[in-house]
Design a protein around this ligand. Structure first.
Ligand code: V47
Length: 386
């Protein structure tokens, strides 16, 4: 009996034989299939199906990068009820980094082989267009080779508003100032019902998708996310995944899907129980199985405990994000993971999970791989301490 036969038999025993047939044949799963995967008690079989897809696409390769997060302000006018990071301008702890402070933050890491700065923040209504151009330029000044992945679709919407011109005209100017790609945040769950109840001042799902389309049309890659485990239903999650999948069919611009598990602490929704480890594993697997046209699925280690992120590598994930350095959004909301890991530590976690660590840049060019196949591509950022 081959491994594929065993997978098929196991899925059939779980009542998912027809879904397994589609997965093995590389056929698209329907929303109804997705619903059965959400409702099945046999999480391990679902994980095995997702792992099958992950290994078909990437083998044992598991991607990470050496990155640095910079959250340039926590002042925000969107008042999302799930968010513990936001502050009003006069609230204790409210801050805005000047472009010089952004530059300084990046300079402080010059001793590390950082290839990406991930720069996102709240929606501060008083920042002008010049500020956004200046922080991009500040990042590039500090580290000219760095890839700047910045501004969620919600921030881009705000930037276009303060620029007073359409996003399609703003994006080339941001690119000129240093923008290299766009992260996946701010999507939450596209359901209008959930938006009305928890983040009614934020962009609608249609708006988020339209902005993503404009980003992709401008030649930029982006990521995409779903904030799960609060008040959304399974049907609303599937609708969200389906809408991401449909846009991806049109643009091909999403690189990575990242399920973001709700962290309730210190938010207005602190009474809502947090998703469990099993929920996190299922979201990773569902993402891998439903999003057949998005190449990568990320288990963002900052928001999971590291052992759960390691388990996710057998449930469909092929990426763990990076070294991060200073994270505020999840640590304000109760995350107990460290703020930063060493590159060598990430490599150790991935090896410990039985996978092959591959250091990538933001656009998934290989910087270094542990399988020897890409030694020729090892450049200045050769492994440290491995
Ligand atoms: O947009 C905020 C979410 C996002 C909470 O693209 C929360 O590579 C759970 O998008 N509980 C920011 N989620 C993080 C993000 C991200 C992270 C890592 C990598 C990438 C990438 C993107 O976090 C926000 C919002 O959707 N969020 N507060 C909370 N309490």
């Amino acid at each position: 009996m081959t491994a594929v036969d065993r997978l098929r038999a196991r899925a059939a025993a779980a009542g998912l034989g027809d879904v397994a047939d589609k997965v093995i044949a590389g056929e698209r799963l329907s929303i109804a299939d997705g619903k059965r995967l959400y409702e099945s008690p046999d999480l391990h079989t679902i994980g095995a199906l997702a792992n099958f897809v992950r290994e078909r696409l990437h083998g044992d390769r598991t991607y990470f990068n050496v990155n640095q997060h910079v959250n340039y302000t926590n002042i925000c006018n969107k008042l999302c009820r799930f968010c513990a990071f936001q502050r009003l301008p006069k609230q204790p702890g409210a801050y805005v980094f000047s472009p010089e402070q952004v530059e300084q933050k990046i300079r402080e890491q010059l001793h590390n082989p950082v290839t990406e700065v991930h720069m996102v923040a709240g929606i501060h209504p008083k920042l002008d267009y010049q500020y956004y151009l200046d922080i991009l330029r500040a990042a590039k000044r500090a580290r000219p080779d760095i890839h700047v992945k910045a501004f969620t679709m919600v921030e881009l919407d705000q930037i276009a508003k303060v620029a007073g011109k359409p996003l399609a005209e703003v994006l080339p100017e941001l690119i000129d100032a240093g923008l290299g790609s766009v992260p996946g945040g701010g999507a939450e769950v596209f359901s209008e019902r959930v938006r009305q109840e928890t983040y009614h001042l934020k962009n609608t799902g249609d708006e988020w998708l339209e902005i993503a389309r404009t980003v992709h049309e401008a030649g930029l890659r982006s990521n995409c996310t779903m904030l799960h485990g609060h008040i959304e239903t399974v049907d609303e999650r599937l609708d969200h995944l389906d809408r991401l999948r449909r846009l991806q069919d049109e643009t091909g611009g999403f690189q990575t899907y990242i399920p973001l598990s709700f962290h309730p602490d210190n938010s207005e929704m602190a009474h809502v129980p947090a998703p469990t480890a099993l929920d996190e594993l299922r979201e990773i697997a569902l993402g891998r199985l439903m999003l057949d046209n998005i190449p990568h699925v990320k288990a963002y280690w900052i928001l999971m405990d590291v052992p759960i992120a390691q388990l996710c590598l057998a449930f469909g994930a092929d990426d763990v994000d990076g070294t991060v350095v200073e994270e505020r959004i999840y640590h304000e909301a109760g995350a107990t993971t460290p703020q930063e890991v060493e590159r060598a530590e990430l490599i150790r976690w991935i090896r410990d999970a039985g996978r092959v660590p591959v250091e990538r840049d933001t656009l998934y060019n290989v910087v270094w791989a542990d399988d020897g196949a890409t030694e020729a591509t090892v450049g200045a950022a050769a492994p440290l301490g491995v």
